[in-house]
Write a protein that binds this ligand. Structure first.
Ligand code: SF4
Ligand code: SF4
Length: 428
């Protein structure tokens, strides 16, 4: 066993209001300069929807991440011709129209134009690709469509049966927000794909960074990242990505996205894990076992044997203490309510998500939770369990239902206490 510390994040999707404050504060801190206009280290996606960059979850299109070949974990790659071609250029990159075309507002015109009786009629669009669907797309365009059949086919989490359901039962369209940053993976395929050794994972806290001196602009990190969270700065010719605000972290401050989050959805903290098991866990043969395998890599910081081994492996005492105080182990392991985004990508992501529950809680009337109503309703909830399973549990619907039931029970219990004017003795 080799114990290492890793900074991670849990986001409670039930609390995200889609205000984009996190994206804006991140942008003004990190990507407010030439060549970085189109970059959003933090973005908030409207789901169902194609995301940012467009169709990032379509792994067939980009070939990002890992696959098991001949029993071994290897970076996804194409055929021989593609490999040969990739010596000269990298064919699996998103183009600028897959992000969006940044523009600068002409404030003069905005403030001095004459009043008009008519609404603007121009559609937001990107015509570069020639794809007619692009005529009606921009980041968060789905806010206006909310899972309607027009966008659903382009979200790979919408499987055919869900598409049918949306078409047949229009009143059941649904919408949720998915804030995303780099996952600072335990098994980062961006690092594995970099031919220059410029991408690296910090030993002490697991933050994944790009050495700007070493980067030669190959952009294999961009195609190799299944979450499409590395960007290329055409001005500097270097790759850039979320730094998890490491200068703030080193000063004992949270990331800017966490600090400014209006919904208070972000929990940031330290986890201890067994670094000797990364390859074994990522190579778990059966996809349905992946989630459990990924959970099993984390170590209980309150276990004296783990703490002793951590000290032996060079984890400082105050970090072990920080891991004990962190809410992450509780949310991910003890309570088991946080789930990784697309565990099937096998990079072992370190941003985990508590799935959204709110539509079910509509069945709790007047503060009187009725478990007979709430629990069966999870099967009929507005955001289909199948959709969340495709996103968070590699398709395991039962696991999503288990998590949602637990969240519903917890919320019902808290509401009951609230109505009675009491406090939970453990939380008091
Ligand atoms: Fe690398 Fe992508 Fe994982 Fe971030 S999300 S560590 S860029 S593979
Ligand atoms: Fe969601 Fe928080 Fe970002 Fe607002 S600031 S969009 S609530 S994650």
């Amino acid at each position: 066993m080799l114990v290492k510390a890793q900074i991670g994040m849990v986001m409670n999707l039930d609390k995200c209001i889609g205000c984009h404050t996190c994206s804006v504060t991140c942008k003004t801190t990190w990507t407010n300069r030439d060549g970085a206009e189109y970059m959003w280290f933090n973005d908030v996606e409207t789901k169902p929807g194609v995301g940012y960059p467009k169709e990032w979850e379509n792994q067939e299109k980009w070939r990002g991440g890992w696959e098991l070949r001949d029993g071994r974990l290897r970076l996804k790659a194409g055929g021989k011709l593609r490999k040969l071609a990739s010596i000269f250029y990298n064919p699996d990159l998103p183009a600028i129209e897959d992000y969006y075309e940044p523009w600068t507002y002409d404030y003069d015109t905005l403030t001095s134009s004459r009043p008009s009786r008519h609404q603007p009629v121009a559609r937001p669009h990107s015509t570069l690709s020639g794809d007619p669907l692009d005529l009606e797309w921009g980041p968060n365009w789905e806010d206006d469509l909310a899972g309607a059949p027009e966008t659903a086919p382009r979200d790979p989490n919408i499987t055919e049966d869900l598409q049918e359901r949306i078409r047949m039962e229009y009143e059941k369209v649904f919408m949720m927000y998915l804030p995303r940053i780099c996952e600072h993976c335990l098994n980062p395929s961006c690092v594995a794909s970099c031919p220059s050794g410029a991408m690296y994972k910090r030993d002490e806290d697991g933050i994944v960074l790009v050495d700007q001196e070493q980067c030669r602009g190959w952009r294999y990190c961009v195609s190799g990242c299944p979450y499409k969270k590395v960007y290329f700065n055409h001005n500097t010719g270097k790759a850039e990505k979320c730094t998890l605000c490491y200068p703030r972290i080193e000063n004992g401050e949270p990331t800017i996205c966490s600090e400014t989050c209006v919904g208070r959805i972000r929990y940031i903290g330290l986890l201890l894990y067994d670094a000797d098991r990364v390859e074994e866990v990522a190579s778990t043969p059966d996809e349905k076992d992946l989630l459990e395998a990924q959970r099993s890599i984390f170590l209980d910081p309150n276990d004296p044997e783990v703490a002793e081994q951590a000290r032996f492996d060079g984890v400082p005492d105050d970090w072990i203490e920080a891991a004990r105080r962190s809410p992450l182990y509780r949310l991910v392991i003890d309570w088991g309510v946080a789930l990784p985004l697309h565990p099937e990508y096998r990079t072992l992501p370190m941003v985990w998500y508590i799935p959204p529950l709110s539509p079910v809680m509509g069945l709790v009337e007047d503060g009187e939770p009725d478990p007979d109503k709430v629990f069966p309703a999870i099967d009929e909830m507005r955001i289909p369990a199948r959709y969340l399973a495709n996103m968070l549990t590699a398709g395991d619907e039962e696991e999503i239902r288990r998590v949602l039931r637990r969240l519903a029970a917890m919320r019902a219990y808290m509401r009951e206490l609230d109505v009675a004017g009491e406090e939970d003795p453990e939380l008091a």
